[in-house]
Design a protein around this ligand. Sequence first.
Ligand SMILES: Cc1cc2nc3c(=O)[nH]c(=O)nc-3n(C[C@H](O)[C@H](O)[C@H](O)COP(=O)(O)OP(=O)(O)OC[C@H]3O[C@@H](n4cnc5c(N)ncnc54)[C@H](O)[C@@H]3O)c2cc1C
Length: 513
Amino acid sequence: MLDALSSTTLWDICIIGGGATGLGIAVDAASRGYKTLLLEKYDFAKGTSSRSTKLVHGGVRYLQQGNIKLVMEALKERGLLKKNAPHIVKNQSFVIPNYKWWEHPFYGIGLKVYDWMAGSLGLGPSRFLSKEETLELTPTLDPEGLKGGVLYHDGQFDDARLAIHLAMTAADHGATLINYCSVTNLLKADGQIEGVLAEDTIHKKFYEIKAKAVINATGVFTDQILKMDDATAESIISPSQGIHLVFDKAFLPSDTAIMIPKTDDGRVLFAVPWHNRIIVGTTDTPVSNASEEPKALEQEIDFVMHHITRYLTKDPTKKDILSQFAGLRPLVKGNAKSTAALARDHHISISDSELISITGGKWTTYRRMAEDVLEIAAHKAGLPEVECKTRQLPVHGYKETPDYEAPLYYYGTDAANILSLVNADKSLSELIHPRLNFTKAEIVWAVQQEMCMTIEDALSRRTRALLLDAKAAMEAAPIVGNILAKEMKKDDDWIKKQVDAFNSVAKNYLPVL
Ligand SMILES: Cc1cc2nc3c(=O)[nH]c(=O)nc-3n(C[C@H](O)[C@H](O)[C@H](O)COP(=O)(O)OP(=O)(O)OC[C@H]3O[C@@H](n4cnc5c(N)ncnc54)[C@H](O)[C@@H]3O)c2cc1C
């Protein structure tokens, strides 16, 4: 990738930011045949895109808010993503428990509308549940006062895994993608953007990169790039933090998720099975500064604990939190009174110097966002008109009928390659930690094929160890460091620095008791 960066004199499209938005654009641009470069400051999906609720959804909440256009678009994208990446996106059933008499018809009818809106791309019909059926599907739900429930379907995925597979899809189609490469300035000629100045932060080397179109896809950092273009540019992003708490599966020993339709601040709360744990969230807390490592606030943790203990018979305590993680929504400022009411639609802007910025949206709609922004970018840059191909483009690893019970199912066709590493060296079948269901082979694969550069990349985004059990991940860090060092020919001093760097990030994922 670095060789391609050095040898290419002019790119068609240069994308700043390697989250869902930027990676989606890279896939679209490369599959149209454009010479495509993506630069990511840290690691792919280091930002918001690895910190979501892991739902590929139309958004029942947006239906409640009456945002029909957003729900229709997201439901269509949900269906396309399930078709193009069936190895990463699963059909997930949800129960909405009803404790008041009116909730049964209210949510039941609402979800019939949701089914109808999904049309032929639906994942299964919603249906009314009796109290007994509700408890059969979600046995630890508080039975006191329970009247019944409504069952519905949405998609569920591993966000960072999809990000890595999108990076690989783009690369399969000829794109160049570089992590740990930060855009530090924009290059201009006659007031028009003609490229970017970027630093490869691992090798401490700067590159002057020329491109016909530059797209700013930096999520909550959008304003930083806008201000490189025009120091007086107004800030457009209003970051809103959401946190999740992760618990042992024993608190909800079921394959069915729970959706709590109305929290005290009028949001929804999810408890979703994920990688054999339960993830519970989220919150909506306006924050003034965007950080690459946002931290869960005490009041947010209390809020989630308060709601989840209200609905479960087996009450988790803070001691039961295996991991807590926070993410920032890149919401575009509006006139709304709170960030919860800000639009989740995407937003595209073009500056006088023709810097194109895209922000907002959802993971679910990344493909559509990419299609929309590329139509504009290709036209502005005078690139040959090529039709978008991503509606039917399989994502790297595509497997038509994945076995969701198989331990490596989310690698799709790459699972066979990981197993061949184990066949060549049996020691690679060992787990990196007794409480983490990830093998040493996955770490070797991550370094060899997935541009994994650090212990944090390996434990947070190539495997999801840090989000599933922060303490176990910290205990596994030296083992993972050794594997990385062997593959990358690094010394003991490098391992020590890597373990220290990982621990300083990982400690924020541990509960404060
Ligand atoms: C708590 C929470 C839960 C969510 N749950 C869901 C969900 O269940 N389903 C769903 O569909 N959506 C969900 N979302 C929304 C979704 O996660 C986001 O819309 C999406 O991840 C945003 O992606 P992005 O690429 O725009 O931003 P990011 O993922 O933040 O990517 C931007 C990237 O730009 C990089 N960058 C910044 N500056 C530079 C620079 N100078 N040079 C190079 N790179 C740079 C950053 O390092 C970062 O990786 C959720 C969001 C939050 C916060």
